[in-house]
Design a protein around this ligand. Sequence first.
Ligand code: A3D
Length: 308
Amino acid sequence: MRKKITVIGAGNVGATAAHWAVVRGLGDVVLLDVVEGVPQGKALDLWQSGPVENFSWSVKGSNDYADSAGSDIVIITAGLARKPGMSRDDLLAKNVAIVKTCTEEAVKHSPDCVLIVVTNPIDAMVYTSFKVSGFPRNRVIGMAGVLDSARYRTFLAGAIGVAPMDVNAMVMGIHGDNMLPLVRLANVAGVPITDLLSEDQIKEIVKRTQMGGIEIVNHLKTGSAFYSPGLSAIEMAEAIVKDTKRVLPCAAYLEGEFGISGCFLGVPVVLGDKGVERIIEFTLTDEEKAALNESVAAVQNQMAATGL
Ligand code: A3D
């Protein structure tokens, strides 16, 4: 049976996600936005790449949630993006209102979907979607860890001089300055990065990963990253629609895992057709635990600021 993926927000991240959804063969795509004409134009353009890319998925642009009905996955990218000098927190109040409306409308038409939230500040927005949807925790997931880990792996691969896909490395915690790029477990085809790079080199890469978003914002000046974020959301959606059980770092709602409860946090999860099938727990060092607790405090502040 054909799957249906709705992407809400036809901006940079949303359009990129829609593009990868058809190229990776996920299913029929609906691109939805409040602005009249933009989702229609982008969807028509994307649909016309079918004969060249060899896909037969439909791609429909819309301003009407009725067109999203029966979606298996709804990816929320609607909202404002960061500008230079703007923190993810500055975005919070404006994007809570947007994500609330998008979630209400999406779940009305697709009550069985899995929600993947991308809008920033992500840890607060995925919480907003969780509260507003009333969905169980396995069906509301935030995208950040796949992107942050991709940045970490890219920088490590560049410094070591190896292919990025051979670098296994994960970023946990909040999507913000307190994120935790794990050094202890990072490796190249099983070889610890601590055997391949100096302490200073690793420190520099960890810092660059934590500042990965703002580095791009400072270049672009009028927006934020979208190629890798759009693709990262589709990496998660693909694992769900194809039930692959991939292990990806995602913002999941914790209920005791890692000793943390009542909070969304970036952790390794198994993704399958039910969404989050399992959170993979492992023993953290005291230093890692302390870093993760800083993330928890920052996320809890953001959650409180949503007023939900
Ligand atoms: P942008 O290109 O401005 O697109 C946002 C789109 O949302 C625009 O087309 C708007 O018209 C649309 N929109 C606004 N309000 C609504 C609404 N109520 N319903 C439907 N559509 C609406 O931004 P972008 O695509 O670059 O970024 C989108 C969001 O993703 C921002 O909040 C970014 O901060 C966030 N983002 C998160 C990450 C993470 O890693 C978590 C990475 C990159 C971007």
